[in-house]
Design a binder for this molecule. Structure first.
Ligand code: F6R
Length: 261
């Protein structure tokens, strides 16, 4: 079962996740981070950046793999996930850009990009901790409903709802690409620790389906139920449709500090 942690604010969520990632880097200086984009992980990157500023830790050997990339955006487009991950995570955390990989959304190499990315993750020894957000469709990465639990990095078609949600980053909704290159659910399952964060009532259905719903490819987030080490960090609004809240609160309140997340 996933561990569900309720927090009051996004900043609290960020601090909790950042402390876990910092401890990972301290014990494994070449740790492999799975990096998500979008709004959800920003508090994690902010808290980790603040922690590294307050108390320096060598991150020069930390490696990172982004979850996904839009297909067909010109190189250097400010909303390509390569640009976003550099701006939101790599620069603030002081990571070495050469250690960071993002799926290749170039049209010319689409047929081989997925398997190349899988090979790169394998060569790095796998992802130690994967940061995840969740979409209103229930997607993790950009694995929209119907994605196979065995899927690996490949091209996917974004749901219209996801394109509408992501239109806030583009000048016009029509500018949001229709296709993406995303790690598969099978790829995500191979990461050693998943930290899934969600905030706000618009994520409540997706969180309930992921944590407590039937395991079904129609609800891609439910893939987390197949993973042995998952931490779900949610605010009250995102947790509103969970049925087992009393137990999650009780378990968290009675957890020993040494257990970590
Ligand atoms: C981002 C990603 C997506 C987002 C999800 C939620 O790399 O793979 O699954 O995590 O779309 O987006 P936000 O956080 O913007 O609500």
């Amino acid at each position: 079962m996933a561990e569900v942690v309720l927090v009051d604010t996004e900043a609290d969520a960020g601090a909790l996740a950042a402390a876990s990632i910092r401890a990972l880097i301290a014990r494994k200086p070449d740790a492999v981070l799975g990096l998500a984009t979008g709004s959800t992980p920003l508090s994690v990157y902010a808290a980790l950046a603040a922690s590294l500023t307050a108390d320096a830790l060598d991150v020069s050997r930390v490696r990172g793999f982004a979850l996904d990339e839009y297909v067909g955006l010109p190189a250097g487009h400010p909303e390509s996930y390569r640009s976003v991950i550099m701006r939101d995570a790599v620069v603030p955390l002081g990571l070495n850009p050469e250690n960071i990989q993002v799926p290749n959304g170039d049209l010319a190499t689409l047929q081989t990009a997925g398997l190349d990315y899988e090979a790169a993750i394998l060569a790095a020894g796998g992802v130690d901790v994967q940061i995840l957000g969740i979409g209103r469709t229930g997607h993790v990465g950009f694995n929209e409903p119907g994605s196979s639990f065995a899927s690996v990095t490949r091209i996917k078609t974004l749901a219209e709802k996801t394109r509408v949600d992501n239109a806030r980053f583009f000048a016009s909704p029509d500018d949001v690409p229709i296709h993406c290159m995303t790690q598969g659910l099978g790829t995500i399952l191979r990461a050693r620790h998943l930290i899934l964060l969600a905030f706000g009532q618009e994520k409540a259905d997706a969180i309930a389906a992921a944590v407590e719903g039937p395991v079904s490819s129609s609800k891609p987030g439910s893939v987390i139920q197949l993973h042995p080490h998952v931490t779900v960090i949610v605010d009250e609004a995102a947790a509103a449709r969970l049925g087992n809240l009393d137990y999650y609160r009780y378990a968290w309140a009675n957890k020993h500090a040494w257990q970590g997340i």
